[in-house]
Design a protein. Structure first.
Length: 559
């Protein structure tokens, strides 16, 4: 029961808030199916089940988006994560999720001061001769203030809101329970994998709660671009940075959304688009560690056609194996090789019931659709969007790291088009794909993989005697176990169970017939219709048993 899943009585107040907002936006049925109404009724709390007029002109995506907005910071962040899952949601849902903003009124600076001085280990004036008490920006979990060091260096202080951990943890406990119940009880939500989404979301959100993680992400990316004068990553001041405070260089540039100021500055928009795209492709296809949200709000344009990236709270990570898979997929799309595309999709899918033959046919048709399109006219994000529609048709979902990757490509193309209407993402990506593809089959790369495989083989050979010794030891002690997992084994077991049941009923029926025949010859005792009662009852039972065996056999033949 949901009631048993509550971690503490203090969650009940938040639970009622969630249920009330869901009902307000027309999700009363979901409230009941999740068990929220029962939990609150047991706690003596009443719910208002009346729908409001605002639902009349709102489609489902908008209602969900509005509900998440009203539910507060944790659920706004969840909506932002859902906006990256283009493999699970159609474009109308993604568009609504992208509208979710977590810009909130800032906390009064005096409320932040005690926590700030505790983290800095002394009065603020000792470190920052100038500090703006008015926030530059305020989000759900943190707010940003501008300050100046004693040497005149301009910095920003990103400060975690006091008490935010308790609020986030309470919401995550409830979300986890909601996801478990939804996956078990609400059939139409199962293919969205709610528990998987909540796990991904929880990991992402907990990382964002540690502002030092964002700083480590920024420095890791800055290291890769230290020899590139066109890309700027803010410097981190580690002596004052902690889990609740992020102190970094202030970027004085043109915000990515201010295109009018960009035009007045005389900067080359085409060159900026090229530099930005090259940077993102290097992060993804070369380094395997990338900024997962390169929208205009996280970009600044600087003198000499330089680009600064900020806010590394959301990043994507690709292992070497995953990076090679992505390269094969993108190269297959660009070069119209359907076999590579199908192979990669099946490697990513954990669903053994996928109809591979039909999937291959649909991918062939998908690739053929772009067959005669010149390379410069190919739209990579359009191809990825069409591919995700195909994934949804087969109820396949991308791993969470790849969902971020696909979303980054779409955001990148939007940023490039904003700067340069003729921006071509495929043309920019092709050299990186070709270089990465050739590097994979370069002699040194092949030798490296061969050496790695040889070491693994040698490791298996050297450990074989020990493994055999353990196997024989377990067999001598009678502890040897063999686990067999066959697709039709359960069905075979059911058939065997039904056969045993029919045999058992048949034996009982035969025994009843023999016993009743003997009872018929016994004189005296109770009678029924002038015949010994026990004999009559036995024959009636035998008749029912025989009829059941006959009916069961007929059904078996039909199946």
């Amino acid at each position: 029961m949901f009631w048993e899943g509550l971690s503490a009585a203090r969650d009940l107040g938040r639970l009622q808030d969630i249920a009330t907002i869901l009902i307000r936006y027309g999700f009363g049925d979901m409230v009941q199916r999740l068990g929220l109404s029962l939990a609150l009724e047991r706690a003596g709390r009443a719910l208002n089940w009346k729908n409001t007029e605002l639902l009349k002109h709102m489609e489902s995506p908008e209602r969900v988006s509005k509900a998440l907005q009203d539910l507060g910071p944790t659920f706004i962040k969840l909506g932002q994560i859902l906006a990256t899952r283009i493999d699970l949601f159609s474009s109308d849902w993604i568009a609504e999720f992208e509208k979710l903003q977590d810009q909130l009124p800032s906390e009064a600076f005096e409320k932040l001061r005690p926590q700030l001085e505790e983290d800095l280990g002394g009065p603020l004036e000792n470190l920052f001769p100038y500090l703006e008490t008015k926030a530059l920006a305020a989000a759900s979990m943190a707010q940003v203030h501008r300050a100046q060091l004693h040497d005149g260096t301009q910095v920003i202080l990103k400060i975690l809101r006091p008490g935010i951990h308790a609020k986030i943890n309470a919401d995550l406990r409830l979300l986890q329970r909601f996801a478990e119940i939804a996956e078990q009880e609400i059939t139409e939500l199962k293919h969205y994998h709610p528990t998987q989404i909540v796990r991904q979301f929880s990991r992402s959100l907990r990382r964002e709660l540690d502002l030092a993680v964002e700083c480590r992400n920024a420095e890791r990316i800055a290291t890769k671009f230290r020899d590139n004068p066109n890309i700027v990553i803010p410097k981190i001041y580690w002596e004052w940075t902690s889990e609740r405070l992020n102190v970094q260089e202030y970027i004085a540039g043109i915000p990515g959304r201010d295109i009018a100021s960009l035009d007045k500055s005389g900067l080359d928009r085409k060159l900026l688009a090229k530099y930005g795209a090259n940077a993102i492709f290097q992060m993804i296809l070369v380094d395997g560690f990338f900024h997962a949200d390169p929208h205009p709000g996280n970009v600044f344009y600087l003198a000499e056609n330089r680009i600064a990236f900020i806010d590394f709270g959301m990043v994507g990570r690709l292992s070497d194996i995953r990076r090679q898979q992505v390269i094969r997929l993108l190269y297959g799309l660009v070069k119209q090789n359907s076999n590579d595309v199908v192979d990669i999709l099946m490697e990513w899918s954990n669903d053994i019931s996928t109809d591979i033959q039909n999937l291959s046919m649909d991918v062939d048709a998908f690739i053929d659709h772009y067959h005669s399109v010149p390379l410069k006219h190919l739209k990579l994000t359009g191809m990825l969007s069409d591919l995700t529609v195909l994934l949804r048709d087969y109820h396949l979902s991308l791993p969470s790291d790849l969902a971020l990757l696909f979303k980054s490509f779409i955001t990148l193309e939007g940023l490039g088009k904003q700067l340069d209407p003729e921006f071509d993402l495929v043309t920019t990506a092709t050299p990186y794909l070709q270089r990465a593809f050739m590097e994979r089959y370069a002699p040194d790369a092949i030798a490296k993989r061969g050496w790695h495989n040889l070491l693994e083989i040698l490791d298996v050979i050297t450990s074989l005697p020990q493994d055999l010794r353990r196997l024989l030891s377990a067999a001598r002690r009678g502890h040897l176990q063999v686990h067999v997992d066959l697709t039709r084994l359960d069905r075979f077991g059911d058939q065997l169970d039904r056969a045993a049941s029919r045999l058992t009923i048949g034996l009982i029926t035969a025994a009843l017939i023999i016993g009743s025949s003997i009872a018929m010859t016994v004189q005296g005792g109770p009678s029924l219709f002038g015949l010994p009662a026990l004999g009559v009852i036995g024959f009636v039972g035998a008749a029912f048993g025989g009829f059941w065996v006959l009916l069961s056999s007929r059904n078996k033949k039909r199946n």
